[in-house]
Design a protein around this ligand. Structure first.
Ligand code: ZN
Length: 433
């Protein structure tokens, strides 16, 4: 039933549910929820998830307590991560009924925290720490004495050496930081089966962010992750009408997908093109930029703004509580070098086509073609481009990003560019074979 939420054949959905089961029979709430769901309508399924109704912080910069009110007892796993210092709580999928802005401001050892889905069946709360801290206690208390069930996390200040020692000691038992997000959720055999007999070029559409990672946010509350998902789903629909390409989405709903996994999906699908969809924002004091920008990969950023953007987009995994030190390097550097030269040429060609299709149809940034070191563009053998649709910090851009008319026009322009690019590619590849 949950698998049906995933737009692309339910394969990733099924794999995710597999992962949810694999992380443990400890996910009791979720298991009960789905058992109940077999006979219940969709609304009841949502209602079946445990509900978090309030979060609060207490204490100071020596000792800080986080309390989350719940409607029932749930299992919890906690672990810490370094560089940046974070503490992560993994819990079954929760419904977060928290006041807007909860977690934006911290207290004591906690600078800020965020929460959300990291996979079907699993939610996560990630705390950014102001200083290294030890998890002194984490427990979930039964409802008692008129108090609801609640999750309590106590942090105690330690120095960096102690923090790093504790991390090392956790070592092998630190499975939590790998699961769920860093497990390989796409199954290569399933990819091959899906592609069997289908010789159409594969286009991977990559809606940025998702789940616990909201991306950037408009002052009025609109989240980048929702804007880009809506755009990406419309683009998929539009491209599928042409029936010339096989479209693969890195996510089809509000789920977190690590950056490396997005790249792996493109590579495993032997994609002809990878298009990552984002929206940008500028802090008020840094001016009021507007319009769409198209980015390709480069080691050195084309300008300071491109560098700032790549830095912020590359933070997605840290935001979701992944251990950045564990990011695997899977291709030998020399191979990357050889393949990348050609891929770079193709990426540029597509970026230019995209710019000429978008020009006149949608607002473009005053310098619409830029480059920087985006992690998500690093597939050595897949031409990859990242599109910032506009600035949610700009009032006019935000109006456009939310409008159906703008979306239809810009989806049309991106689809045209993809058709122009792949059409040319197929024609030029023809005589050589
Ligand atoms: Zn983004």
């Amino acid at each position: 039933m949950l698998a049906g939420r995933f737009g692309y054949g339910g394969r990733l959905g099924a794999a995710l549910i597999g992962a949810a089961v694999a992380i443990g029979c400890s996910v009791q709430g979720a298991a009960q929820g789905s058992a109940y769901a077999t006979e219940a309508p969709a609304a009841a399924v949502a209602a079946a998830f445990p509900v978090a109704s309030e979060a609060r912080l207490a204490g100071d910069n020596k000792r800080t307590r986080f309390i989350l009110d719940l409607d029932r007892k749930i299992p919890v796993a906690a672990f810490a991560l370094a560089d940046p210092y974070r503490v992560v709580l993994d819990v079954p999928q929760l419904r977060f009924d928290l006041a807007k802005g909860t977690g934006a401001e911290g207290r004591g050892l906690i600078k800020a925290f965020r929460y959300g889905l990291v996979m079907a069946g699993g939610s996560r709360i990630v705390f950014d720490l102001a200083a290294p801290a030890r998890i002194a206690k984490v427990e979930v208390l039964e409802a008692a004495n008129g108090q609801p069930a609640r999750l309590v996390l106590d942090l105690a200040a330690v120095d960096r050496a102690t923090f790093m020692q504790a991390l090392a000691a956790e070592g092998a038992s630190k499975e939590g930081s790998k699961a769920p997000a860093q497990t390989d959720r796409h199954d290569a055999a399933a990819d091959a089966a899906e592609a069997a007999g289908d010789s159409r070029p594969v286009v991977v559409i990559d809606p940025g962010h998702g789940g616990i990672d909201n991306g950037t946010q408009a002052a009025s509350g609109e989240a980048e992750k929702d804007i880009v998902l809506e755009f990406s789903l419309a683009l998929r629909k539009r491209l599928e009408q042409a029936d010339k390409y096989r479209i693969v989405m890195t996510r089809g709903d509000d789920t977190f997908v690590p950056l490396g996994e997005r790249v792996r999906i493109a590579r495993r699908q032997r994609a002809a093109l990878f298009v990552s969809i984002h929206a940008d924002s500028l802090p008020r004091r840094e001016g009021d930029a507007h319009g769409a920008t198209i980015y390709t990969l480069s080691e050195r950023a084309s300008d300071a703004e491109a560098q700032r953007l790549a830095d912020s987009e590359n933070k997605a995994d840290a935001i979701a509580g992944l251990d950045l030190a564990e990011e695997p390097t899977e291709v030998a550097d020399i191979l990357i070098d050889l393949a990348q030269r050609e891929t770079k040429t193709f990426s540029h060609r597509f970026a230019k086509l995209l710019m000429s299709e978008m020009k006149g149809v949608v607002r473009l940034h005053k310098r619409p073609l830029k480059s920087a070191g985006f992690k998500v563009l690093k597939a050595p053998d897949v031409p990859s481009v990242l599109v910032e649709l506009g600035y949610v910090s700009n009032k006019d851009d935000l109006q456009l990003l939310k409008s159906d008319d703008w979306r239809a026009r810009s989806v049309g322009a991106v689809a045209q560019a993809i058709e122009a690019y792949l059409g040319k590619r197929v024609v030029s590849a023809g005589p050589a074979q």
